[in-house]
Design a protein around this ligand. Structure first.
Ligand SMILES: Nc1ncnc2c1ncn2[C@@H]1O[C@H](COP(=O)(O)OP(=O)(O)O)[C@@H](O)[C@H]1O
Ligand SMILES: [Mg+2]
Length: 305
C-alpha cells in the first residue's frame, strides 16, 4: 500500500538544504510518497488546507496550527502538536520533567525582561542559591540567548541582548514571528527570562541523544573548550563516545514524558549523574552518526496510519 507523507518546514529553510533529499529517500524506501510544504508565521497555509489528507504529517518546525488542523481531521502528526508546544517552552519542560521525577536543573518561573531587571543580580543569586547562574529565554535554540551570569554587569548585558531579540521578533510580519511560527502571544511567552541552576561540572560539554519511539537511534559527545555552551551552532565540536547506559534510559523517559515520537535530548554531566538540559522536538541531525530520516520512516513503515 502506498501512503502519503507531508513533510512541513518553515519557509526560511534554504531550498538547497540536503535534508529534503534524505527525507525523500527515506520515505520512498519505506513505502511513503513524500510531499514538502512550507509555512510562514503561525497560521495554517491555504495550500495545506486545500490538499487531500495524507496518512501522516511530519513537522520540521513549531507552527502549532498545522499540527492541530491535521490532528482534528484524524491524521497522525509527528511530533504531536501538544508535545511540540510543551517542549518548545523550556519552563514547561522543566515542570513536566520534574513532575515525572526526572533530573533537570532547577529553573525559575518565567519573568518579563523588565521584572528580571527589577529583581536584579543579587536577589536572583539568592533565588538560585549561588553567585553564578544560567539565564536563558524561554524559547530558543542553537545556544542563542543562553548566558552564564557571574556579575551584575554581565546580567545587565544579557538582559539587553534578550530585549534586542524580543524586539526583533516582534517587529517581523504582523506581530508574528515568521521564522519560528509564533503568534504575538507566543513571542512574548518565548522572550521571557528564566534563571537556572548552573551545572558547573558540565562546562562546555554534554551528550546529545536522538530517540525515535522507545529506542536510542544515535548519540554524540558535544564539547567546546572555549565556552560553557556545547552547541555545534555556537562553535562546538562533537565526537563519538560509548553511551553511558544511564543516558539511554533518561533520554527515552524524557521523550515519553514530553509525549514526543522523536527527539534530541541534551544531557549535562552533573556531579552525581546526568541531568536533562533540553528535550528538542525538532532536532537537527547533521551531527547524528546514524541516518535519522531512515530511522523515522522505517519505524513508521510498520505502523498503521
Ligand atoms: N543549567 C546549565 N548548566 C550548564 N550548562 C548549561 C545549562 N543550560 C545550558 N547549558 C549549556 O548551554 C547549551 C545551550 O542551552 P540550551 O538550554 O540547550 O539552549 P538551546 O535551546 O539554545 O540549545 C547547552 O547545550 C549546555 O552546553
Ligand atoms: Mg540545546
Amino acid at each position: 500500500m502506498i501512503r502519503r507523507a507531508y513533510i512541513v518546514y518553515p519557509d526560511s529553510t534554504p531550498r538547497k538544504n540536503n535534508a529534503f533529499g534524505w527525507f525523500e529517500e527515506a520515505a520512498l524506501e519505506n513505502g511513503f510518497i513524500p510531499e514538502f510544504f512550507f509555512y510562514k508565521g503561525a497560521s495554517l497555509p491555504s495550500e495545506l488546507a486545500q490538499a487531500p489528507l495524507p496518512n501522516i504529517v511530519l513537522m520540521r518546525g513549531y507552527n502549532l496550527a498545522i499540527g492541530r488542523y491535521f490532528e482534528k481531521k484524524g491524521v497522525r502528526v509527528i511530533n504531536p502538536s501538544q508535545a511540540m508546544e510543551w517542549c518548545r517552552d523550556k519552563y514547561r519542560t522543566f515542570l513536566k520533567l520534574s513532575d515525572a521525577a526526572l533530573p533537570t536543573p532547577w529553573t525559575s518561573s518565567p519573568m518579563s525582561i523588565e521584572q528580571a531587571g527589577k529583581r536584579g543580580f543579587d536577589s536572583l543569586c539568592d533565588c538560585v542559591g549561588n553567585s553564578r547562574f544560567i539565564l536563558k529565554q524561554n524559547f530558543g535554540s542553537k545556544g542563542e540567548n543562553v548566558y552564564l551570569i557571574t556579575s551584575g554587569k554581565c546580567f545587565d548585558e544579557a538582559l539587553g541582548e534578550c530585549e534586542k531579540t524580543l524586539q526583533k521578533r516582534l517587529a517581523q510580519g504582523n506581530g508574528e514571528d515568521i521564522e519560528n511560527g509564533c503568534s504575538k502571544e507566543e513571542i512574548i511567552r518565548g522572550g521571557a527570562i528564566l534563571v537556572q541552576k548552573y551545572i558547573e561540572n558540565s562546562y562546555g560539554k554534554d551528550i546529545r541523544v536522538w530517540v525515535m519511539r522507545e529506542k536510542v537511534v544515535g548519540h554524540i559527545l558535544r564539547y567546546n573548550a572555549n565556552s560553557f555552551k556545547s552547541n555545534f551552532a555556537a562553535g562546538g565540536s562533537f565526537r563519538q563516545i560509548p553511551l553511558p547506559p544511564e543516558c539511554a534510559s533518561l533520554a527515552i523517559s524524557a521523550t515519553r514524558t514530553m509525549g514526543l515520537d522523536f527527539a534530541g535530548i541534551d544531557l549535562l554531566y552533573d556531579s552525581d549523574g546526568f541531568t536533562i538540559c533540553e528535550v528538542n522536538g525538532n532536532p537537527g541531525f547533521r551531527t547524528c552518526p546514524t541516518d535519522l530520516p531512515r530511522a523515522i520512516f522505517s519505524t513508521l513503515r510498520n505502523e498503521t496510519y
